[in-house]
Design a protein around this ligand. Sequence first.
Ligand code: PLP
Length: 325
Amino acid sequence: MILLASNENPLGMPESARRAAAEALAGAGNYPDSNGTALKNALAARLDVPADWITLGSGSSEILELAAQVSLKPGEGVVYSQYGFIVYAQAAAHAHAHATVVPSRGFGHDLDGMRAAIGEDTKLVFVANPNNPTGTFIDAAPLLAFLQSVPAHVTVLLDEAYTEYLAPAQRYDSIEWVRRLPNLIVARTFSKAFGLAGLRIGYGVSQPALAARMNAQRPRFNVTTPAQAAAVAVLGDTDFLTRTYELNTAGRDQLAAGFKALDLEYIPSSGNFLMVRVGDAQAVHARLLAAGIEVSLLGPYGLPEWLRVSVGLPEQNRAVLTALR
Ligand code: PLP
């Protein structure tokens, strides 16, 4: 099967992380370091924040869940955009919160609409940049203006699962924003560009008061020993990250050009995936599966005519385009 349904890294797990995880298995008869000391120190050095600003999660999905758990009481409000990542709705439901889903603008976030939707009972806002599944991107200036406009009693979870795929001109320093905003949590993951989706590891960065509340809520051994070791290794593997970035940028262009040649509408993406309009997506999805290619249906997002195709290796991208033709 060609797996292009979950926005994973088509290069797979890097050799550096594979070696570190294998070595760590020798110690896996013992519980993991609950504090994740080595990884937190590595992240702290890289991000230039104290280690107690970091919360480790079983994937960044768990950081999203923890943000909801520490911010929301039953009946309180959470705001996110239409076409927001599916876990936002799940985290809201798990916290018995009330979700306000703000209609998107051009498949992206309507930040003015989101600001207007923040009411008295709102305690949490989710923003993804880039967004999944649409791939849309918010420029740094309007994003920062939005974050600064959110009342201090409202936590904002800025979901940066795909931040490593941004072009140099798009990049911004959200950790600097965390230094200024005590209600901001930046969530990042090792599942995408770092190639560790199956090990389940991600992290949140926030000021220490908020981090302490999330860490207190976190299951004690939520990140395994091999996952911690692999994450430390891949953080230092700049070659892998560069290869990943270059492969993704070229593959995204390849898919976009292919969709264009097939006269298929697509949304320009800043992530490692593209949304393409194929008509009866369910039927096309089934035909692709029969050809050995798995892509993602977007029915749960209310997009029955669209598929999301993760960027693969050049030959995998070619196979999708050939099958679509
Ligand atoms: N946030 C966004 C926008 C995503 O698309 C994903 C995964 O697809 C995640 C968070 C969570 O990924 P993980 O739990 O593997 O870190």
